[in-house]
Design a protein. Structure first.
Length: 169
């Protein structure tokens, strides 16, 4: 009889644990409503963001497709290697205090194509200049090539309007 009661108690504990985890812990975690594919894409963008925050160009390059279309202010379209150079120049010239993409919305249109919209926020300082804040709504398109997600388009949100990120002195 004791084993039976212990087994019931264990099942109830497991069930209660699943319920707590399934609710997102009650902290308003929006990822609780995301599909596994959307979570995978959000994780790639989060990893890219972490690379930028750490000013690690080699790590950031892992997420930038060489065919990336980067829509820059002035109706200028640059490709992946040019964007990587622009990002490296930013890392070389600035100290990044914080960098994030907040209010991220992820749309997976097929198993190989996705889009992320969010609010890019950066706090940085260029040598000898006061701390600055940069903020803009962005759109990032991603494509899965050979099993790996990569950024294939980067621009300001709503249109293909030019992005001012990364800022330069």
């Amino acid at each position: 009889m004791n084993r039976f009661i212990c087994a019931i108690f264990a099942v109830l504990l497991i069930f209660a644990g699943i319920q707590i985890i399934g609710c997102g812990g009650g902290g308003g975690d929006s990822s609780a409503s995301m599909t596994p594919e959307e979570l995978e894409v959000a994780a790639v963008v989060d990893s890219f963001v972490a690379s930028v925050r750490a000013e690690n160009i080699d790590d950031a390059k892992k997420f930038i497709d060489s065919n990336l279309y980067y829509y820059r202010i002035g109706n200028i379209i640059e490709r992946g290697p040019e964007f990587e150079t622009r990002l490296k120049n930013f890392f070389d010239a600035a100290d990044i205090v914080d960098f994030s993409v907040d209010s991220m919305g992820v749309t997976v249109s097929s198993e190989d194509f996705a889009e992320v919209r969010g609010r890019l926020e950066a706090i940085y300082s260029f040598t000898g200049q006061p701390e600055a804040t940069f903020s803009e709504d962005i759109r990032i398109k991603l494509e899965r090539i050979s099993g790996q997600w990569g950024l294939t388009e980067f621009c300001r949100d709503a249109t293909d309007a030019g992005s001012a990120f990364p800022p330069l002195p």
